[in-house]
Each structure stands twice: as C-alpha cells, then as structure tokens.
Design a protein around this ligand. Structure first.
Ligand code: G6P
Length: 614
C-alpha cells in the first residue's frame, strides 16, 4: 500500500506530483505529502486526510520547483497524522524520503540511531531509513546514492523508496524490494510512480525496477541502476507502458465502482477476446500454451490468492474439479506460506491477483517456486510483479480497476478460470465434445446477459433502501454460488460497513440461524438446479424465524419468488457459469446501500486496493 510519485526535469514538479497522487490514492488515502526542492532548500507539505485536502493547502502556498517527491499513505506504523505522513526528513532537513512497504527491523535500527543522538519525530518505520542514510552519508564520506545502497544492505523488509536531497537538486534516488516502482523516461526528464497511472500522459517508455535495484535519475545524466547487494551496474530495460488514459477517468459515472460494475460486459468480452472461438470449438490461452502439458499432468492445482481474488479461486475450484477432474485446493496466500505446506514438483499453483502486487500472494508464489512447483498467474495489471515472477499466465484484460472494492476484476478472473478449465478439459478428454460445445456457447453469451442483468439497477436501488439501517446481513449460496455469497457479503461489509457473513446455505443451521430475526436480511442465491429443493428448505427455515428473504433466481422462477420479500431475476445460463451473472446484483446492492448510507464508496475506510504489506 501507499502510493509513490516523483518527478525531475524542466517542468514544474508540483502539478505532476499532485495529479499522480490523485491517481494513486487507491493505494491508501489517510494522509499525503510532497517535498520539492525550492531555491536550494527542501519545501515539505504534508497532512492528514486526502490528496485533495493536501492540494487545497498547497494552493495557498507558493509551491514551485523542478524536482520533487509525493506520497499517499495507508498507515502501518503509527496512526494517520501529519507527523506520520511522508515525506520524512533528515535532522538537518536536507534529505527527504518516501516509502511504500515495511521495514521489519526498524526497532533495533531506531534504538541504535537514538543512542547515536538521532531524534525521531514520527512513529513510522520509514523514519529510521532517512536517519540511517544520513548517518552513513556523513560518516562514510560517500555520495548519497552510495549511502542509500549501503543503508539498504542493513535493512530487512519491503520497500519502494524515493529520496531527494537539497544538495543534489536534480537527482532522485530510487530503490525497490517487494513493492512496485517504475520510471517513466521522457526527454531530459523522469516520471516515477508506484504504477503507470501518474506517468502515462507524459511518456510510454518505462523501466520497471526489479527487487534489489537502486537507481539514480537525473535529467542531465544517463539513468543508472545498480544491484543493492553486489553494487554491480545493470543495463536499464526499456518497455512500453500499456495503459489508456481514458480508462483512468470516471467517464460520467458518480463513482469508479459503478463505472467498473457497468464495464463488465466489455471486461468479460475482453478477457475472452482471441481466446474463444465457438464456431471452431476452440478455447486457447496463448500465455499458458507452453505449460499446458504440465497442467494436464498436474497431481493437483493449488490456487493461492487474497480477498476477492480468493473468492474467484473458489469458483475456479468448482470449474476445475467439475471439468478437468484434477483435485484443487484453494488457499489464502497468507495462510499457505506460513503453514509449511506440502508442495510437490508436479503441483501446479495458480496465483490470482488483480493488482499483481499483493505481498502475501507474492510470498506464496516464491515458496511454491522454491519447492519446484509450476506457478501460473492470473493477473489484471500488465507487467505487475506477479505477472513477472510466475512462469506463465493469462491476463484478465479487465482494464484498470480503481474502486477499492473489486468488481470487474472478479468476473474477469472467473472468465479466465472458465476458459482455462475448458481448454484443459477438452485436451484431457474429461468433457465430451457436445457438453464442451454447450458450455462454450453459453460462455460466449455471458457479456450480453451481463448487460441484461445490469438493467436491474433501478430495482436493486429500491431494494437497497431496505438495508440502510440494518446492522447485519447473511448471504447464502450453494455449490459454485457459495463463493458468490462470500463475495456479496464482502462487498457489503467493505463499502457500507454493515456486518455481513457469507455461508454455504446448508451450514446456516449450524450457527448463523441463531442470528435470524425480523431484522435480519438474508440474501439467498437460488439459481442452481441440482440443489434447488434444498435451498427452498433453507429459505423456509429463515422465513419461520421471520428473517427477510432477498433472493437471486433464474428468470421465470416462481416458487422462490413467491417466498421472497424481494426477488431479483437473472438470465439463465449453465450452473457453472452462474457466478458471472449472480455476482452482478450483489455488487449493485452493496454499491447502492453504501451510497444511501453516505459512505465513501471508492475509498472505504481503512482499506487499500493494493496490499503490498504482509
Ligand atoms: C485488497 C483489495 C481487495 C482485493 C485484495 C487482493 O484487500 O481491497 O479488493 O481483492 O486486496 O488483491 P489482489 O490485487 O491480489 O487481487
């Protein structure tokens, strides 16, 4: 979490920094700050609150200069406050640092530096870095870049760093380990960002820093990158930034989340583009072709992910086990990596991540790789860390997702998982051609059916009124719609702050049923055919205890509809693909409830979109 932006060149730095910070706010938004080299001195402005608040304040100041750094924070060490906001400064105020990540050994470093007379102003782990660098710079008689490099050899943890000094007014020093950082290369100027969004309108030439890199950018010199540990120079590898500026704007919608919900017909279509040809009965994912044989011979699949991506992973379990008939385990990446799991060389690990930067998922991948397993990625952000450290993979092509609550990334992930499962099943011979043909024909129809489902928006807005003053909600689903129940509950709690639980419908009687009374909304996914009668019984159990039923059913259903207080009818598809439709009303419901409750939909409290800390 935390967003980093920096600029050096002949333009005014502040407008570039503040625009970049606004684009990066999805990474954290509890405080923000900038430091700019102004007349040979560092001018630093920082405060608690949003980037807009920082901008309002800076507008009253005379902020000018051609080199600067900016930061938007998601607090880890120390509460959100102007003191804990970045940049942090050296004792003489001549060096400023911004940081995304966590310095794990900050306590012993802080103790040592305190004993040497350094005074700490903040509670952050970051402040140790600036004093450590300053100390080395002064005592080892080396230049600042070398001091940064030496300092980092003493640091344990994750970081993306940008450092400026009033004594080197055109220079920015950068370093990366574990958190993302890229350099946009302009003509005699450099743009730095945690992702490409602050860079894209100025240049498409970028260098993605790699773990262990320390770099020096200076418009008057060649870009220099070295390895932190061995001090050996590296040749910068220039790549093209694949990002579209229009995708970063709200396009007339009130919130990014709503825009992204409505983008799903396009996003799903894009994730199938060039991969699905129903006429020729072809499903092919170019990115994994080389590893397909390994996947077909896998002992089992282990899906690792966090949050919404983990929910998509559970849908994947149903798809893979049903279609490919190879066992699947779905693991929270954070649990997987710390429980000494059994991993075999013929396991195939599938890592799912929208951002491609989630620290726990990255660590799980490294662990799986170290045990010799094949690791396949499903990522949305092109050239993200996960897409680069996995052996092969498929992009979801959902386009940038800015709203913190994930929506289109989820359905695009499920689409890619369906394509993967179908392509493997056909080759493995676990699916007769007729059945394969039927499923891919249904898959091709999904974008149109999502469009149809989105027309329920007004009806769902009405239903949302029923939730406004509720304190709890239960979401029930069976089979492949069980993860959709989990996802629906997550959406509601993360953006409207109503406590919500997702459960497999049959598990309700083992606990959650105790919570049901006339105040409890129970959202039931009742689209699946095989267990329809069982779900009907579960609904009866809720009604007998005066709970209120909000059902999602297949169009034309009359039985469940007749039992429900509110009923949402979605188009018919085959059971395995229903999550692509049934998740849509739940996203809209969460959205409208949050809006009615006056919540900050795109930036819910305490959350961040990209969780680059463990
Ligand atoms: C955060 C986000 C979630 C996301 C999760 C995993 O918690 O708020 O929306 O699902 O991280 O992120 P990833 O980028 O790996 O999918």
């Amino acid at each position: 979490m935390c967003g980093i932006v920096a600029y050096t060149g002949c333009k005014e730095a502040y407008p570039i920094l503040i625009k970049g910070l606004k684009r990066l706010e999805y990474r954290g938004y509890d405080s923000a700050g900038v430091s700019i080299i102004q007349g040979g001195e560092l001018a630093t402005y920082k405060q608690r609150g949003s980037v807009d608040q920082l901008d309002e304040f800076c507008m009253t100041q005379n902020v000018t200069g051609h080199t600067g750094i900016g930061h938007t924070r998601w607090a880890t060490h120390g509460e959100p406050s102007s003191t804990n906001a970045h940049p942090h400064l050296s004792a003489d105020g001549r060096i400023a640092i911004i940081h995304n990540g966590i310095i794990e050994n900050y306590l012993p470093l802080r103790k040592e530096l305190t004993q040497r007379g350094y005074v700490f102003h903040s509670e952050t782990d970051t402040e140790v870095l600036v004093h450590l660098i300053d100390d080395i710079h002064k005592n080892e008689q080396c230049d600042l870049a070398e001091a940064v490099r030496i300092a980092l050899t003493n640091v344990v943890g994750a970081y993306a760093l940008a450092i400026i000094s009033a004594d080197e007014p055109d220079q920015i020093i950068l370093a990366k380990k574990g958190s993302p950082l890229l350099i946009g290369v302009g003509k005699d100027e450099y743009f730095i960002g945690s992702d490409g969004s602050p860079i894209v309108e100025y240049t498409r030439k970028v260098v993605y820093l790699e773990d262990g890199d320390v770099a020096v950018v200076n418009p008057h010199k060649k870009l220099e990158i070295k390895n932190i540990n061995d001090n050996v120079k590296k040749r910068p590898y220039l790549q093209k930034l694949e990002l579209n500026l229009e995708q970063l704007e709200k396009g007339g919608f009130e919130h990014f989340m709503l825009k992204e919900i409505f983008e799903q017909p396009r996003a799903i279509k894009d994730s199938m583009r060039g991969r699905l040809n129903v006429k020729k009965d072809i499903v092919a994912l170019g990115g994994i072709i080389e590893y397909e044989q390994k996947m077909l011979n896998a002992r089992r699949f282990i899906i690792v992910a966090c949050g919404t991506s983990w929910h998509a992973g559970i849908v994947g379990e149903y798809l893979f086990e049903n279609l490919v008939r190879i066992p699947v385990e779905v693991e929270y990446a954070s649990e997987f990596r710390y429980r000494n799991p059994l991993i075999y060389e013929d396991d195939v690990v599938i890592a799912i991540s929208q951002s491609g930067e989630t620290a726990d998922t990255i660590a799980a991948i490294e662990l799986a790789k170290s045990k010799g397993a094949t690791v396949i990625g499903i990522c949305n952000v092109v050239s993200s860390t996960i897409s680069r450290i996995t052996q092969a993979g498929s992009y979801t092509h959902a386009g940038p997702e800015i709203g913190v609550a994930s929506t289109k990334a989820f359905t695009a992930q499920v689409t890619v998982l369906a394509l993967m499962a179908l392509s493997l099943a056909r080759k493995k011979g676990t699916l007769p051609l007729s059945e394969y043909h039927r499923i891919i024909s249904c898959l091709e129809l999904i974008p149109k059916q999502v469009e149809e489902t989105l027309k329920l928006n007004d009806q769902i807005k009405e239903i949302a009124k029923f939730f406004v003053n509720k304190r709890n909600a239960i979401y029930l689903g069976r089979g492949v719609n069980y993860p959709v129940a989990l996802e629906g509950a997550l959406k509601l709690k993360e953006i409207s702050y109503i406590h919500a639980e997702g459960y497999p419908a049959a598990e309700m009687k083992h606990g959650p049923i105790a919570l049901i009374d006339e105040e409890m909304p129970v959202v039931v996914l009742a689209t699946e055919q095989d267990t329809y009668e069982k779900t009907v019984s579960n609904i009866q159990e809720v009604i007998s205890r005066k709970g209120k039923i909000i059902s999602i059913v297949t169009k034309g259903d009359t039985l469940v509809k007749g039992m429900s207080d509110f009923c949402i009818e979605i188009p018919e598809t085959i059971e395995l693909l229903t999550p692509l439709l049934s998740s849509i009303p739940l996203q809209l419901l969460a959205y409208h409830v949050a809006v009615l409750r006056g919540c900050n939909v795109d930036k819910p409290r305490n959350l961040a979109k990209s969780v680059s800390v463990e």
